[in-house]
Design a protein around this ligand. Structure first.
Ligand SMILES: NC(=O)c1ccc[n+]([C@@H]2O[C@H](COP(=O)([O-])OP(=O)(O)OC[C@H]3O[C@@H](n4cnc5c(N)ncnc54)[C@H](O)[C@@H]3O)[C@@H](O)[C@H]2O)c1
Length: 325
């Protein structure tokens, strides 16, 4: 049963929409028939390059601004009659090792700013992006939506606090807001620069620029890697169906250890040299075996085989990372 009105002809705000998942979501919303997609992104990690196609349609507008500041959101809401918000803004998990307080604060402040605007009736529906990181290391597996939230980083603590803010605003003020909780995404456009980059892009970038791949710890830590297009597809389908206040995992049934992953990337990019061993990272979650039973029961859920997604992703990095002369 459909709960919400269609996304067709709606004016939609995507916070963090110049980032990895957000920019793919923007492209998809335009394809779905949104009247206009407004993006607020401070380009902390995101890039205007990710929105080239969306901006070329004339149906997207990018504001380079900070969603942590309520005044920045307010002037956007004064200019556009926003119907729906997808909240993707965040500062990468790795940033919490550099600036733990701000990594926490970004996640909380952006969510609170949006919830306050929604409480004042400035838009109707909110889809908030949580993360599997809120669960911490598994207490039981597979981790379903009832798994205790036991964040091990301030990034995840901020995301868990934001989730609770969404849930409590729904209970207190009957807002139409729900939570999607992706596991580890990979795919084209994921940031590959600097120490904020995740393992797939950073390894691809190292290999493509003549560097040496690095393995942190034993490499036995495992992750559930989902292709970004599958996440976006699930989010758009779930939008019709998710009850307010509810949350849902978006994951595969597939576990890949970091050492297996490194070998696949090396193989994919034709590298058979050495791998540098580095100490494990404190507070690194050991495994994330997810349950995707709920999402599977709600939508027609299609998942790209990991080998195919990884090969498309590596092809994108090959085409987009400049190899030094
Ligand atoms: N990528 C993953 O594997 C993954 C997994 C689980 C959950 N998520 C969640 O999905 C959402 C999108 O993640 P992503 O991977 O696309 O991350 P990303 O870093 O690529 O995108 C986040 C965007 O938010 C922007 N941003 C940061 N602070 C901002 C601020 N104060 N105001 C406006 N914009 C700001 C960044 O510049 C960036 O473009 C996040 O909520 C994240 O927690 C991602």
């Amino acid at each position: 049963m459909t709960i919400r009105d269609t996304l067709v002809n709606k004016t939609i705000l995507v916070t963090g929409g110049a980032g990895f998942i957000g920019s793919h979501l923007v492209d998809r919303l335009i394809k779905e028939g949104a009247a206009h997609v407004v993006v607020i992104d401070n380009l902390f990690v995101g890039s205007e390059d990710n929105l080239v196609e969306a901006l070329a349609t004339g149906k997207a507008t990018l504001y380079r601004d900070d969603a942590e500041l309520s005044t920045s959101l307010e002037y956007i809401f004064a200019k556009h009659a926003i119907d729906v918000v997808f909240n993707c803004a965040t500062k990468a998990l790795n940033y919490s090792f550099l600036n733990p307080a701000n990594a926490f604060a970004t996640n909380v402040k952006v969510a609170l700013n949006l919830l306050e605007l929604q409480r004042r009736g400035l838009f109707k529906s909110l889809c908030h992006f949580s993360t599997s990181e809120v669960y911490g290391s598994a207490v039981y597996e597979p981790m379903d939506e009832l798994h205790p939230r036991n964040p091990t980083t301030t990034y995840a603590a901020g995301k868990a606090a934001a989730d609770m803010a969404v849930e409590s605003y729904v209970r207190m003020f009957d807002l139409d807001a729900f939570i999607v909780r992706p596991f580890n995404n990979y795919g084209p456009r994921q940031n590959h620069k600097g120490m904020l980059a995740g393992v797939i892009p950073i390894t691809a970038a190292r290999l493509l620029t003549g560097g040496t791949p690095e393995l942190h710890g034993e490499g036995t830590q495992s992750r559930d890697f989902i292709y970004v297009h599958d996440t976006v597809d699930a989010v758009v389908k779930l939008y019709d169906l998710m009850p307010a206040g509810d949350s849902v995992n978006i994951s595969t049934d597939n576990q890949v250890t970091v050492s297996e992953l490194l070998s696949k990337i090396c193989q994919g990019l034709g590298y058979d040299g050495e791998v540098l061993r580095k100490p494990g990272r404190k507070a690194d979650v050991l495994c994330h075996i997810a349950s995707n039973q709920k999402v599977n029961s709600m939508i027609e859920y299609t998942l790209t085989p990991f080998e195919q997604g990884l090969s498309e992703t590596l092809a994108w990095y090959k085409a987009n990372i400049k190899v030094p002369a």
